[in-house]
Ligand binder design. Structure first.
Ligand code: ASP
Ligand code: MG
Length: 424
């Protein structure tokens, strides 16, 4: 069986944010991949996805977007000119063509277009650009590779911006083509993107490239999946907030899934399930220190594990009160849950009391506005924004003290293993 030698590498935006980053990536592939069959999944360069979101926002509101468009283009061309100093390399024409298509897509966007649909058709260009550059650059480095369009392999429904994978189809397509390509050399593809059966582009949710890599790993029954990041491995806290983080050498799928669910930005929450189903280990490694041990995520169990601190930003606390001093009933809750599900508002935490029900959710101004419109006849609705949801997994007294110090708590909840509160 050759199959069990396949590895899937995922490179995020930071690992392709500059010419130097591309060179480092190529070095990793060269030194780590000897004798392996390797599929590379790549995200958009640096903060390109944010820039595309901003561009689309302008276009959708019929505002001028030329300046921002040129900025994004010149960022890509700058990296390109450093990677391909020789004039007339075919990659320049390919990029020019992609930027023309992106421009046309923005120019035809109208205010009453469904935002989520055009979002996927537009924001997907980030990965199309980065994967094209990576393909040609690796070729230049004598790393022969086939560039494939993940929209033709990861088949999804049309839940725009959060498309659901049609596993049966996807598996058939990947298994039909990709193993043979891997015999010939590397395979390069885009993270984050899928496609519908009528040829439209979908995206799998922000930071979804991890999930794309897991889909390929699952379908190819890979021996391992590797996420290359700018940190040592899976940490117990975001170094942005905590100076003294610890790196887990080994941790279970279960722990990791829960951390991702509570908002640890290290791995996309959907990534773990396909890997766990086929017992494919996930390695989180540093592209700055590729020899470092990193973290192995697998089917394992530990009695004691360092508390994990997770902070979810841009939260909003919404409370629904009944108007007539009756109690919150199952029927009331049913009405609220229906509206939430209809508007795709996800609950991160909830609590109910006699006469009110509160939820903590990600803040989407437009969805919140529609929620209030839908329910204001039946409930008195209050909300606070600019909040954070703090979670400690495997907490103890010291970790609670540490995280709560000096904070005014708006809502608090704990289970045997998890402590959570909402605060500014
Ligand atoms: N480029 C996409 C994003 O920034 C997908 C990813 O990076 O995983 O959300
Ligand atoms: Mg990214």
């Amino acid at each position: 069986m050759t199959q069990d030698r396949i590895k899937v590498y995922k490179f995020g935006g930071a690992s392709v944010k500059s010419a130097e980053a591309f060179r480092n990536l190529a070095r990793i592939v060269k030194t780590q991949a000897g004798g392996q069959q390797l599929l590379l999944v790549v995200s958009a360069m640096g903060k390109t996805t944010n820039a595309l979101e901003a561009l689309l926002d302008l276009a959708h509101r019929q505002q001028a977007f030329e300046q921002e468009f040129l900025q994004l283009k010149s960022y890509h061309l700058q990296v390109l000119s450093e990677l391909f100093p020789q004039q007339g390399h075919p990659v320049f024409q390919r990029l020019e063509h992609l930027f023309e298509q992106l421009h046309a897509q923005l120019a035809k966007t109208l205010p009453n277009d469904n935002f989520d649909t055009v979002y996927d058709q537009t924001v997907s260009f980030g990965e199309l650009l980065s994967s094209t550059i990576l393909h040609y650059f690796l070729e230049e480095q004598d790393l022969h590779n086939t560039l494939i369009d993940s929209r033709k392999y990861i088949q999804t429904d049309s839940t725009w911006r959060e498309a659901r994978v049609d596993w049966g189809w996807t598996e058939r397509l990947i298994r039909r083509d990709v193993p043979a390509m891997l015999q010939e050399g590397l395979v390069v593809t885009q993270g984050f993107l899928g496609g519908t059966n009528n040829g439209l582009t979908t995206t799998l949710g922000r930071e979804g490239s991890d999930f794309s890599a897991a889909v390929f790993a699952y379908c190819l029954e890979a021996e391992g999946m590797y996420i290359w990041k700018d940190v040592e491995g899976l940490l117990n806290a975001d170094p942005k907030y905590f100076a003294d983080t610890v790196c887990y050498p080994e941790i279970s799928y279960q722990e990791t899934v829960e951390m991702a669910y509570y908002g640890a930005s290290v791995i996309h929450p959907k990534t773990i399930k396909p890997l766990a189903n086929k017992q494919i280990p996930l390695y989180v490694k540093s592209f700055l220190n590729p020899e470092g041990a990193g973290t192995k995520i697998c089917n394992c169990r530990f009695e004691v594990i360092a508390p994990a601190y997770i902070i979810k930003e841009k939260q909003c606390l919404v409370s629904f009160g009944v108007k007539d001093f009756t109690f919150i009933s199952e029927q009331n809750l049913g009405t609220i849950f229906n509206a939430l599900s209809e508007l795709r508002i996800k609950i991160n935490l909830m609590q109910n009391s006699a006469i009110s029900f509160s939820i903590c959710t990600d803040y989407h101004p437009e969805r919140l506005h529609r929620l209030i419109q839908t329910l204001h006849d039946q409930f008195v609705i209050h909300y606070n924004t600019e909040l954070r949801l703090y979670t400690i997994k495997n907490y103890d007294a010291a970790s609670i003290n540490r995280m709560m110090a000096g904070k005014a708590v708006l809502l608090e909840q704990r289970t045997r293993t998890t402590f959570q509160f909402v605060s500014r």
